[in-house]
Design a protein around this ligand. Structure first.
Ligand SMILES: O=P(O)(O)OC[C@H]1O[C@H](O[C@H]2O[C@H](CO)[C@@H](O)[C@H](O)[C@H]2O)[C@H](O)[C@@H](O)[C@@H]1O
Length: 951
């Protein structure tokens, strides 16, 4: 068997290279043809639910933290298509052309003039609400919508058309529906030129006739960059209210937030039909997307309501090759919790239809990887999941959502906000205000918060009459307020501590507060308090920090929120919401700290808020999605479609090129089937490298090739310098060598100096200035896994570490190998989580081993240095500082090669070289490839031998 196939998939931080490759033209997604540096155009499909009209259920909408409705957290990002320039009509025009009856509470404010950047509400006139029952139904649905309508960029609502004039429907601005995701995507407009939001219309649509649907479809598309998904009311309710939200039976929302079910509920859930409706809703989304998809689009699916959608799209012929991203805005629990879901396999497989799965924090991402590995038995690597079967790889990444600071600053300047600031200051003069805003859901810990406040008042009587908790709450279901016991606790505190002029808890429903009033509250607050038992992020804390620019007061934050996991937020007062006494103590500390301490804490928080922005979130997610897709696209190309190397075509080109640069892999290519596996293992284990050297045939071919003055030959290897490569360098000094996957480069010796000494060819350390403090802890982790994995061992190299987890002989039991692979996956996750980010490491998986090395090092980076003068700093092996090679500042002596020939299995490198005009790239991998040609590794020596004879 060949020497260890050293790590051919070499992902690193460099952006994927767009390319055009004749051989695979049909497979090339069109986005590759876009201009360099230009992101594909974005079509955002967003929350379009009908209902939630503010006329009926006015909402508090936070333009920052609230993201579009679950059903609309779906962004379809597309390349610009000729002739589809979006219309630039403003929403104001839109509204006035359809109706002069806007009922927005904010519509008097000049800053609320509608624009396309805002949400819209399509309002159906009263005339259509024909029966009492209909009105009731509409109101009920709209109340349900209210939990998320504040996040909709657009909604269609049954509302009142108060001027009495008849319009089939009209659009009015919905300033409450200014979703965070929409803001984020809008604010990244410079990079994403077109979007299409896809979402549901929300409230009851069963009675909408086909004519009305068609005109809504048209208006949505023409004016709002949106496409509605029409879902029957019953199906919507079952999917959203039952499968997505209901606490009993145990379904998605509680599960993702660690609410463990009790047995009877779980049993009931097995029999529940709501999953069928969930699937059907996901299918309806898939149908609409397929209908609207054009090659070059990126599809971005948002949140837990649409977990099956990526898989459905991947299995449809039209979207099978599309770039698909999935982002989960909420938490993802430990595998021990997720495995309680009876439909766990289907949900995970659905999500894995994406090219990229994104999470808010590293913990959620790790939980997901572990869950997939444990439940589906797929290989879980730090970079993502190796999906079995079709040979796909799915990237898993962390993309913390943030707020659009600029847009919030603009909203703060609204005179209405200032008006309310003054009013609140007068009203609560001499008192301290604690503000909170939460979904009224047990998981957001509102009851815990109020109980802690009660404890605080009891323990600190001097604060009685002097501190008010203003709690804004968004009711999510009709019963959970009572079930959570929140009203009871509020009533208890207020009856115990109220006086004629003082009420300790002011409890408001979101609908009772305008956004301006809310911003005013954030501005005057002495503390903001979040006590979620679990939460994806908690961006309302970011809004609070931004609103406190002047006062710089405290943030009291649950340690179970995604926000808290970011170091910038460690300057809050962290609380464990289950610990009432501890939380009460934090309230006391927050209200009594000195101004200096407050300012210093706030500064840390603020630094984080302005760095982790919505724009950064959108840009990094989309860029990574595209990159992941590009990398995966070549893997999923059917290898049989890549033509075998056409030697008769290559030879004339080779003959007529007077300067040739040849890159060829050593292991698995120049060196195949020569060393027995046991000899190789022995060599690695004992470090007795010099005892083994590449086969004689390899040496001879290299000698002949390098002996041709027209050639510059580079051998690429994952092996360490010591051993086989040293022997190769001695035997064929005129060959350049890249060792340890790019950590070392040996320049070529090109003749002897007059004194008979060599011209100074030397080994160059490409990573001399890097911090290698990670090696100790990494070896420690691997030693632990070595003890549990028979036959495995750690191989320490100068700049990297290899763990060989499978060295057993062929008669070992299969289960031993799968055990070893599981251990390897666990070990990789462990190393990645504890050391990866801190030290900038990456892990490159091989068949029976994996390699840990610095992030910015790869064969492709080393080849970049060879090709381009003035590349990254290099220093001599063992030495420090910068140096130049023997060729006077550049590693290669060929300034402008007429032919670049690359043969090997490093897909990233081949793809990069494809960019060069005169490159012939040949893949020896059995997988799909973007290389121009493929070649059986056993034929490589023969091909090179033939080239040595070309005259
Ligand atoms: O109420 P749902 O329809 O179930 O939607 C769930 C919540 O979605 C949004 O919050 C989530 O995303 C936020 C931004 O990424 C994140 O900060 C938060 O922690 C997540 O839960 C929305 O903002 C909430 O109002 C919804 O309840």
């Amino acid at each position: 068997s060949p020497p260890t196939p050293d790590h051919h998939i070499v992902p690193d931080s460099e952006p994927a290279v767009p390319q055009s490759n004749g051989a695979n033209q049909k497979q090339q997604p069109s986005y590759r043809q876009r201009q360099p540096g230009q992101l594909p155009l974005v079509s955002i499909v967003d929350d379009l639910r009908v209902g939630g009209s503010r006329a009926i259920t006015p909402q508090l909408g936070s333009p920052q933290s609230d993201i579009p409705n679950p059903f609309t957290r779906f962004v379809n990002i597309a390349s610009p298509r000729p002739g589809t320039t979006p219309r630039s009509a403003s929403a104001h025009n839109l509204a006035s052309s359809n109706s002069n009856n806007e009922s927005s509470p904010d519509s008097n404010s000049p800053s609320q003039i509608p624009s396309l950047d805002r949400s819209f509400t399509l309002i159906r006139p009263r005339k259509f609400q024909t029966t009492h029952q209909d009105v009731q139904h509409s109101a009920r649905l709209q109340r349900k919508q209210s939990r998320s309508s504040s996040r909709r960029p657009t909604s269609v609502v049954r509302g009142s058309n108060s001027d009495g004039g008849y319009q089939p429907w009209h659009i009015s601005p919905n300033t409450h529906c200014n979703g965070g995701l929409k803001n984020a995507v809008d604010s990244a407009k410079g990079r994403v030129s077109r979007r299409l939001w896809v979402g549901t219309l929300g409230s009851s649509t069963d009675s909408f006739g086909s004519g009305m649907r068609m005109s809504i479809d048209k208006r949505m598309r023409d004016m709002c960059e949106s496409v509605p998904v029409w879902i029957p009311d019953g199906e919507f309710e079952s999917c959203y209210d039952e499968f997505c939200h209901q606490a009993s039976p145990f379904v998605l929302w509680p599960c993702l937030h660690y609410a463990v079910p009790d047995a009877p509920k779980t049993k009931y859930f097995y029999e529940s039909a709501s999953f069928k409706q969930y699937r059907s809703v996901n299918q309806r989304f898939a149908d609409v997307i397929v209908e609207n998809y054009h090659e070059g689009d990126i599809i971005w699916v948002n949140d837990y309501h649409l977990m099956l959608l990526p898989g459905l799209l991947r299995s449809h012929p039209k979207t099978a090759l599309a770039p698909i991203g999935f982002f989960l805005h909420v938490a993802f629990p430990s595998s021990e919790i997720f495995r309680c879901l009876s439909v766990r396999d289907a949900l995970l497989k659905g999500v894995l239809g994406a090219d990229l799965v994104g999470f808010q924090t590293a913990n959620y991402a790790r939980h997901f990887r572990q869950t997939v590995s444990r439940i589906l038995a797929y290989e879980s690597l730090p970079k993502g999941i190796q999906v079995e079967g079709p040979g796909r790889f799915v990237d898993v990444g962390v993309f913390p959502m943030g707020i659009d600071v600029h847009s919030l600053r603009e909203k703060k300047r609204n005179p209405e906000v200032q008006y309310w600031v003054q009013l609140l200051r007068q009203r609560y003069a001499g008192m301290k205000l604690i503000v909170g805003r939460d979904k009224l859901d047990e998981i957001q810990g509102v009851r815990h918060k109020i109980e802690a406040f009660e404890h605080f008042l009891k323990a600190n009587p001097e604060f009685q009459g002097k501190v008010v908790l203003i709690q804004v709450a968004l009711q999510t279901t009709e019963s959970n307020e009572l079930a959570g016991g929140v009203s009871d606790v509020v009533a208890r505190i207020n009856s115990a501590f109220s006086t004629l002029t003082y009420q300790p808890v002011v409890f408001l429903h979101v609908q009772e507060v305008t956004f301006s009033q809310y911003l005013a509250l954030l501005t005057v607050a002495d503390a903001f308090m979040v006590t979620s038992l679990r939460e994806g992020m908690a961006l309302r804390t970011h809004e609070y920090v931004e609103c406190q620019e002047e006062r710089k007061r405290a943030l009291i934050l649950s340690e179970f929120t995604g926000t808290y996991s970011y170091s910038g937020f460690r300057s809050c007062f962290a609380v464990n919401p289950y610990d009432t006494r501890g939380t009460a103590k934090a309230i006391y500390q927050a209200l009594t700290m000195s101004d200096e301490e407050a300012a210093s804490r706030w500064q840390d928080l603020h630094n984080h808020v302005v760095t982790q922005t919505a724009q950064a979130f959108v840009t990094s997610f989309l860029t990574r999605c595209l990159r992941a897709h590009t990398e995966h696209a070549s893997l999923s190309i059917d290898p049989s479609l890549v033509p075998p190397l056409d030697l008769p075509r290559l030879i004339p080109k080779y003959r007529h090129s007077t300067t040739r640069l040849v890159f060829v892999d050593l292991e698995g290519c120049l060196w195949v089937r020569d060393m027995s596996k046991s000899a190789m293992i022995e060599m690695m284990r004992s470090g007795k490298g010099p005892m083994v050297e590449p086969p004689e045939a390899t040496m001879q071919v290299l000698e002949k090739l390098a002996g041709d003055p027209k050639n510059e030959i580079w051998v690429l290897s994952g092996l360490p310098v010591k051993g086989a490569l040293e022997r190769l360098a001695e035997r064929v000094p005129s060959v350049g060598i890249v060792a340890e996957n790019g950590c070392f480069v040996k320049t070529r010796e090109i003749g002897k100096k007059s004194n008979g000494q060599s011209n100074g060819a030397r080994w160059i350390n490409m990573v001399a200035n890097l911090d290698f403090a990670w090696k100790g802890p990494c070896i420690e982790i691997l030693n632990y896994f070595t003890e549990r994995t028979p036959g495995s061992f750690v191989e320490e190299r100068a700049t990297s570490i290899v763990w060989r987890f499978w060295t057993a002989s062929s008669h070992s039991h299969y289960s031993d190998r799968s055990w070893a692979r599981r251990q390897a996956a666990e070990a990789q996750n462990h190393i990645f989580d504890s050391l990866g980010e801190r030290y900038g490491l990456r892990i490159v998986p091989g068949q029976n081993s994996f390699l840990v090395l610095p992030n910015n090092i790869s064969r492709s980076t080393a080849v970049g240095t060879i090709l381009h003068p003035g590349g990254p700093a290099c220093s001599p092996l063992g030495g420090a500082g910068r140096t130049t090679s023997s060729t006077g500042g550049r590693v290669s002596s060929v300034a402008d090669p007429m032919l670049v020939l690359a043969i090997g299995g490093d897909e990233k490198l081949l793809r990069r070289l494809n960019e060069l005009d005169d490159a012939e790239t040949v893949s020896t991998s059995r997988r799909g490839t973007d290389a121009k040609w493929k070649l059986d590794p056993r034929e490589v020596l023969g091909v090179l031998e033939t080239l040595t004879q070309v005259r």
